[in-house]
Design a protein. Structure first.
Length: 267
């Protein structure tokens, strides 16, 4: 199966009942049966009851397939969750995946137990690679041997599925974190640009009148000498101050009229 990458927009709160049905009801129920079957398989092998052992292994095979279906359902639900809720979804299903993985690893002890049931030093948490001849010694009945081989194959696939889905979740979280980082950076850039534009607008209110004052002073100096320059600068600064004040008052009056207009329309 491939990592799911479809676009999603559903809040986790809407999908949570379906998620909890899988994680809190279906998976725990099947895991309990899987663990019970494991104990039964070990006991039946020691009793050399090959017929019942075959039946037990076939039933266990079905349970493993159901667990694989539950994991696929969780992956499908995850593909519908919006990006900002993915980390919460992964946190809620992490325990379920870890529990399934442990249950599959526990089946690695079955072969050790049936090979040398009196020797605890042979216990292992991983499936041992046995040749066909070695497996035939463990399970001389052909039908029981074939069902055991099929069961082992399903358990390995289930274990690999859990690891692969966890791998996909980690990779997608990394992508989401990068996207969020870029979005945050873009927001900061926009806010900085807005502040610069506001400052530039305020600055222009004063620069233009003061520039006029300087021009007036220069003109006065050319025409009337130092006294003319002083008079020209003073007059121009008064004009600049008056213009700035007039602009501020005008802005306030316009704002007031707009507010009054809105109030009159709503009443």
């Amino acid at each position: 199966m491939a990592c799911t990458t479809k676009e999603s927009s559903v809040p986790l709160s809407i999908l949570r009942p379906s998620v909890r049905r899988v994680t809190e009801t279906l998976v725990p129920h099947d895991l309990a049966r899987l663990n019970q079957h494991r104990e039964n398989i070990v006991a039946l092998h020691r009793e050399k009851n090959w017929q019942k052992l075959n039946s037990e292994q076939v039933n266990t095979h079905r349970i493993v397939q159901q667990l694989k279906g539950h994991l696929k359902d969780l992956d499908e639900l995850r593909s519908q969750v919006r990006l900002e809720d993915l980390h919460r979804f992964d946190a809620e299903v992490e325990v379920t995946k870890a529990t399934v993985l442990k249950a599959t690893d526990d089946y690695g002890t079955v072969e050790s137990a049936v090979r040398k049931p009196q020797d605890d030093s042979t216990a292992s948490t991983e499936f041992e690679e046995l040749t066909i001849s070695e497996q035939s010694v463990l399970i001389p009945d052909k039908t029981a041997l074939e069902s055991w081989e099929e069961l082992r194959k399903e358990l390995v696939e289930l274990s690999e599925m859990v690891r692969y889905l966890s791998h996909c979740a980690r990779n997608q979280r990394a992508v989401v974190e990068k996207i969020e980082e870029h979005v945050d950076h873009a927001q900061l850039t926009v806010q900085s640009g807005q502040r610069n534009m506001s400052a530039a607008a305020r600055y222009s209110q004063y620069v233009l009148p003061v520039a006029g004052a300087v021009v007036g002073a220069v003109a006065g100096g050319v025409i009337g000498g130092p006294i003319g320059a002083f008079v020209g600068l003073k007059v121009a600064l008064v004009t600049a101050t008056t213009a700035g004040t007039a602009g501020a008052v005008g802005g306030a009056v316009i704002g007031y009229k707009k507010r009054q207009s809105i109030i009159n329309k709503t009443t």
